[in-house]
Design a protein around this ligand. Structure first.
Ligand SMILES: [Zn+2]
Length: 340
């Protein structure tokens, strides 16, 4: 069994989004209950700490950081219609980004094999200059920049299976060939970006991979995207570390979206990426929570991911043809990566 580190912190619940908001404190409460259960009781824990200004500034503008800081102590601040902050949101957001850095540091140093962080608020919609879509600071981007600049790794892979496209993460690394961003997401859908033709720019061309999925897509097409496109491209990229933007809103039970993954699908995607990590980077993979709004599906799926980080199974490619969109994306990427 692998040494899988966990992050969870009750202070993530202090980010109060108001009555009826899907990105609610109960998302963390149910995971606290899950992770205090007997199955996970003995697992190593990594303590959250506040992100340093320099860690945030590697991703976000000064104006962005100041705007979120100014929300501290105020009953409510709205960054956009979906993205409120309460008095303690700044503090929770600092802890979420800092916890991501602490966990990837422990895995990079080898004191842990891999890890999962139950973070809140989520991060992948946060842009360089503004919070957006329930997200205040871009946790996965902060972790990736840290691995590049401070740990000194040359190539980082970010795989984002949240049902929404991670616009903030894509934009952060769009011209950067050292961080490959791969997203599977419902499309067309919020936030509007993530078309198959968005492939990066300049030196980063071919290092952004979007796999847009029509509403109603299920497990077979997701697994085919891994076996036919994501794994072959990522293996040629040869990452030194794999980060996962692990949202669970592509689950069939999720109230916000219309993709039909099952709990077991998240286990299979974890197996696929654990196998890739074993081949490329000594198994170094860290998953950070993004969305996921059906509490039971969230808890069950997080449990499945953690169990498969500890004991990965061999990933089995599905016996289906690649969809038209997958073939089109592969064809576009062949200029950078060769025959796929
Ligand atoms: Zn989402």
């Amino acid at each position: 069994m692998r040494k899988t580190g966990l992050v969870i912190d009750g202070r993530f619940c202090d980010h109060d989004t108001g009555a009826g908001h899907p990105e609610c404190a109960e998302r963390i409460s149910v995971l606290q209950s899950l992770l205090s259960g007997p199955e996970f009781a003995g697992m190593p824990r990594v303590q959250a700490r506040e992100a340093r200004r320099s860690e945030l500034a590697a991703v976000h503008s000064d104006g962005h950081i100041e705007a979120v800081a100014a929300s501290a102590g105020r009953a409510s601040t709205y960054f956009d219609a979906d993205t409120p902050a309460s008095a303690a949101s700044y503090s929770a957001a600092l802890l979420a980004a800092g916890a991501a850095v602490e966990l990837v540091d422990a895995v990079a140093a080898g004191s842990l094999d891999n890890g999962f962080a139950a973070l809140r608020p989520p991060g992948h919609h946060a842009e360089r200059g503004r919070p957006m879509g329930f997200c205040l600071f871009n946790n996965v981007a902060v972790a990736a920049r840290h691995l590049r600049a401070q740990v000194g790794l040359e190539r980082i892979l970010v795989v984002d299976w949240d049902v929404h496209h991670g616009n903030g993460t894509q934009h952060c690394f769009y011209d950067d060939p050292s961080v490959m961003y791969v997203s599977l997401h419902q499309y067309p859908f919020y936030p509007g970006s993530g078309a198959a033709g968005e492939l990066g720019e300049g030196d980063g061309w071919g290092f952004t991979v979007n796999v847009p999925m029509p509403a109603g897509t299920g497990e077979q097409d997701y697994l085919a995207a891994f076996s036919r496109l994501i794994l072959p491209v990522a293996e040629r990229f040869d990452p030194g570390f794999i980060l996962v933007s692990a949202g669970f809103d592509a689950h069939a039970a999720d109230p916000l979206a219309a993709i039909n993954l099952q709990t077991a699908t998240f286990a299979k995607m974890t197996d696929a990426l654990s196998g890739l990590a074993d081949r490329c980077c000594g198994g170094k993979i860290v998953a950070l929570l993004e969305g996921g709004y059906d509490l039971e599906a969230l808890s069950d799926s997080v449990s499945a991911v953690i169990s498969h980080l500890r004991e990965p199974a061999v990933f089995e490619a599905p016996d289906v043809d690649a969809s038209a969109v997958l073939r089109k994306t592969a064809a576009a990427l062949e200029e950078r990566w060769g025959k796929l």
